[in-house]
Structures are given as structure tokens and as C-alpha cells.
Design a protein around this ligand. Structure first.
Ligand code: FRU
Length: 491
């Protein structure tokens, strides 16, 4: 093919920049028919460097068009992460045209970190920095960044990451900010294995009650090493966030490669719509792609749900993902396939796929006649080189895993090949999973989006087949795959 060799891992329905390095999504906002995604961008290389805001737009959240750089470094520093709002009431006084302006609120990083704003009066095509930046000077702490702003009761509320805590501020005009409260300095409040970054405070209606979720990305400190996003359930009265109960740490996504996810402002369908950076600081700068490094997750809708009497945050693929289905590539379901202990079932020729762009739904029902601590279900995508990417379930320990140890290139970092595990929040032995496979990316949503794992992998050749296996020390044990559905997707 005419594809450059280094493009073999280029995802097809995940956003990646044509060239250069990206990290966090920034300023996610919908305005006048367009979704805008800005992002941390270094336009002179494929590792983190002096940062800019890159820019892409989309009408369907899946197909993105890259536009020119939106914000560039200046005397106040590089352009770090932040958010964007539509200033409908022109509270900032920065509107010049007939439509409300977009205001970007972001960190400028030099020896210190400060918060600045910029205005766009042309649907995000150009931004002008506010003349009196910064709008929130440095209090002299090292890490003071990633402002995420939303509107509540006629006021702007900002969540800001400060070392390993979150500070809240409010403003009437986006230009002057008043400190409200702090969360997280108490060691009982969350995981503190690393610096806290990219907060987002979201309100949900849950069975007639308002419940707030505070997302906080933490690096390092993830359950599968490196970067991860934790979340807190609680209450926010407009000034203070109070976490419910004590409980253990909660992870929005257990996979190794989901970080710095934040929600869109102004979604016309009023969803809590999230996109995250699909990478990990642990090895993000050495992954084996050459023209570009880094990509974004598919759009996900966040909701609260109940599992085994616990309230949990669930992530689901946005409905726009259905646009990618190819009706002629809907492969018959496997109905009630029974797999004996010790056997491997290679799915029939119908399941040979030449393009590894897939949506897969699996429902398992495991009943063990004889208790067995080793019982494991697993399915693997594989290629002619016998490289394989496996998703599995350990019956006894009730965790789901993703194993990329033999999925191709792993040696670029000592930890990349480690198996990632996600402890389920439910004891149900009926396991429902949906996954998307895109060239070098897997996004797995299990237990109705409560157990989620996202990961990259780098096979030498595309995966073309699928096998299912069940192993148990007791040969009379069986597994029933209630259904296994594979759909081909277009890019
Ligand atoms: C998170 C982060 C942010 C920061 C940005 C710099 O990945 O470290 O805290 O604003 O990346 O690129």
C-alpha cells in the first residue's frame, strides 16, 4: 500500500493528529453546529515540548478536521490544559459580534503556573488573549493548573488542580476569581500517589436527587501503573464539594491508557460527554509511532448507575458510534456456545476480518459445577504471527483483564507488557462486555460501563481472527457464551 510504514498503527475512528505530539483534550465545547476539541499540542516534535492548543472540529464527534493552532505560548508561558465556555450573557464584556463569544480558560506555565483567558468571536477560528492576563496569579505553589469552568446559578465555577488537591473558585465575569473551598488535602480523600490534574465537576440527576461527581486525573498512582482518572461521588452546594462516605478509591477507567478526560460544555443533547487522552505518561513519549504520538478516546457518555446496591459512574460509547456500523458486516451471533474446560474455540471463517475495525458484544454466563480457583475465560484477537491481544475474566477473583504482553511491540518500556486488571464492583456471574477495536486501540466497557478498560497495542500485522477459551482445573466445568456478536466498522 502507499501507507508509510510508520502509519501501520494509525487508528481510524479515533482522533490522532496528522503529525506531532498531543496530550490532554482541552476546551471541549459545542457551538453552532460544531464540536470543538482543542488539545495539548507540541508542533515541533513527537514528545512533550513547549505546549500550544491544537484544534479540531467535528459535526459527529467521530470524524475530526484539524484546524490551525488556536493558542501559542507568550511571555506568560506555555499553554497548558484548560476549558472553554460559551459566554451567553456576555458577562466578560468581550463579545464583539452578534453571537456569544467562546472564552477559553487555561494555564500558562513558566517557572510558575497562572490562569489566563482568551476570547473567540468567530466560532473558535481565532482567539485573542485577554489584555490583563493572568486572571488568576500564582499563589507560589508548584502545581496550579487545568482550570475547568462551568456555570451554576448565574455564576462561573472553576475547579483547579493544586498539587494533590482541588481548589474551587467563582466569578461573575471570567476575569476576576474568588477562592471558594478546597478538596483533597485530607488523606482520606482519594488516592495521592501522584500529582492531581485536570479536574471536572459534574452534576447528575439520579433518581430525583442531585449527585455530584468530581473527576480527578492522577499521575502516577493508577491501579495498573502510571496515569489514571479517579472520581468522587458527593455534594456541591455552590461553594464546597463534600464527598459521600469514605469507601475505596474509584476509577473511571481501569485501563492503562485513559487520562485527563474532561466533559464538553454546551452539548445540545445535554449529555455528560467525555473525551480523554488515550495514552499514559509512564511510556507515552516512547510508544512506537513516529509521525505523531497520542490519540483521543471515542466520545463517551457518563451516567450514574447502581450495581449491587452501590452508586457508580458508568461510561458508555456515545450513540454517534453507531454511525460507524457497516450493515453488511454484521456477523451472526454465537448462541449459547458451550465451551468445555481446557478447550479453545476458534470462531468460524465468518469471523475472519481483514480490517481490524470492530465492535464486539459478548455475554457470558459462567456456572461452575465444581468450585475452582483457576477458572478463567478468555478471548483473543490474533494474527498469522500468533501475536495476540486477550481479554479475560478470572472467575474466582472476579476481575476482568486485558493482556497485551504478546500483542506485538512491548519492549520500548519495561511496564508496557504488564497485564492490566479491573476489579469488578458486582458479584454477578453474568458478564456483559462491549468493546471497540481500532488498529492499535481497544476500549472495553463491561458491567454496563462500570468496569472500563482502555489500552493501546502495537501488533506487527493486523489481527484477523478471534478465539475463545475456557480453562479450569476441573475438566467437567463448562462456560456458556450466551452471545458473541462481531460487527465490522468503517472509518
Ligand atoms: C496532564 C497535564 C496537565 C497539564 C498538561 C501539560 O496530562 O500534565 O496537568 O496542564 O498535561 O501538557
Amino acid at each position: 500500500t502507499s501507507l508509510c510504514l510508520t502509519d501501520q498503527h494509525r487508528p481510524q475512528f479515533h482522533f490522532s493528529p496528522a503529525k506531532y505530539w498531543i496530550n490532554d483534550p482541552n476546551g471541549l465545547i459545542y457551538v453552532e453546529g460544531e464540536y470543538h476539541m482543542f488539545y495539548q499540542f507540541y508542533p515541533n516534535g513527537t514528545t512533550h515540548g513547549p505546549m500550544y492548543w491544537g484544534h479540531a472540529i467535528s459535526t459527529d464527534l467521530i470524524h475530526w478536521e484539524e484546524l490551525p493552532i488556536a493558542l501559542s505560548p507568550d511571555g506568560l508561558g506555555e499553554i497548558y490544559s484548560g476549558s472553554a465556555v460559551l459566554d451567553v450573557g456576555n458577562t466578560s464584556g468581550l463579545q464583539t459580534g452578534s453571537n456569544p463569544p467562546i472564552i477559553a480558560i487555561f494555564t500558562q506555565a513558566s517557572d510558575t503556573q497562572v490562569q489566563s483567558i482568551a476570547v473567540s468571536n468567530d466560532k473558535g477560528r481565532t482567539f485573542e488573549k485577554y489584555a490583563s492576563n493572568p486572571v488568576l496569579p500564582s499563589p507560589g505553589v508548584k502545581d496550579f493548573r487545568d482550570p475547568k469552568v462551568f456555570e451554576m446559578n448565574g455564576k462561573w465555577i472553576m475547579s483547579l488542580a493544586v498539587n494533590d488537591s482541588i481548589h474551587f473558585y467563582s466569578s461573575n465575569n471570567l476575569k476576576s476569581w474568588t477562592a471558594l473551598s478546597k478538596f483533597g488535602s485530607n488523606p482520606l480523600e482519594g488516592a495521592h500517589g501522584g500529582v492531581w490534574e485536570c479536574p471536572d465537576l459534574l452534576d447528575f440527576d439520579f433518581n430525583g436527587h442531585k449527585v455530584w461527581v468530581l473527576l480527578v486525573s492522577i499521575n502516577p498512582g493508577g491501579p495498573n501503573l502510571g496515569s489514571v482518572t479517579q472520581y468522587f461521588l458527593g455534594d456541591f452546594d455552590g461553594e464546597t464539594f463534600r464527598k459521600f462516605g469514605i469507601g475505596h478509591d474509584l476509577w473511571m477507567d481501569w485501563g492503562p491508557d485513559n487520562y485527563a478526560g474532561v466533559s464538553f460544555s454546551n452539548d445540545p443533547k445535554n449529555r455528560k460527554l467525555l473525551i480523554a487522552w488515550l495514552n499514559n505518561w509512564l511510556y507515552g513519549e516512547v510508544i512506537p509511532t513516529e509521525e505523531w504520538r497520542g490519540q483521543m478516546t471515542i466520545p463517551r457518555v457518563l451516567e450514574l448507575t447502581r450495581v449491587d446496591n452501590k452508586v457508580r459512574l458508568a461510561s458508555a460509547p456515545a450513540e454517534e458510534m453507531e454511525l460507524l456500523r457497516i450493515s453488511s458486516q454484521f456477523y451472526e451471533k454465537l448462541d449459547a456456545l458451550t465451551i468445555n474446560s481446557g478447550s479453545v474455540y476458534t470462531l468460524s471463517d465468518d469471523f475472519t476480518f481483514s480490517n481490524p475495525l470492530l465492535e464486539v458484544d459478548v455475554v457470558l454466563n459462567i456456572t461452575l459445577g465444581t468450585a475452582d480457583k483457576t477458572a478463567t475465560f478468555q478471548f483473543c484477537f490474533f494474527n498469522s504471527l500468533n501475536e495476540e491481544l486477550c481479554v479475560g475474566y478470572s472467575y474466582d477473583q472476579n476481575y476482568i483483564y486485558l493482556d497485551r504482553a504478546k500483542a506485538g511491540a512491548v519492549n520500548f518500556h519495561p511496564d508496557f507488557g504488564k497485564r492490566a486488571m479491573a476489579t469488578r464492583d458486582t458479584k454477578s456471574k453474568i458478564i456483559e462486555m462491549k468493546l471497540y477495536l481500532d488498529t492499535s486501540i481497544i476500549e472495553l466497557f463491561a458491567d454496563k460501563g462500570v468496569t472500563v478498560m482502555t489500552a493501546m497495542f502495537f501488533p506487527t500485522e493486523p489481527f484477523t481472527q478471534l478465539k475463545v477459551a475456557f480453562s479450569s482445573a476441573n475438566s467437567s466445568n463448562q462456560l456458556t457464551v450466551s452471545s458473541f456478536t462481531v460487527r465490522g466498522l468503517k472509518s
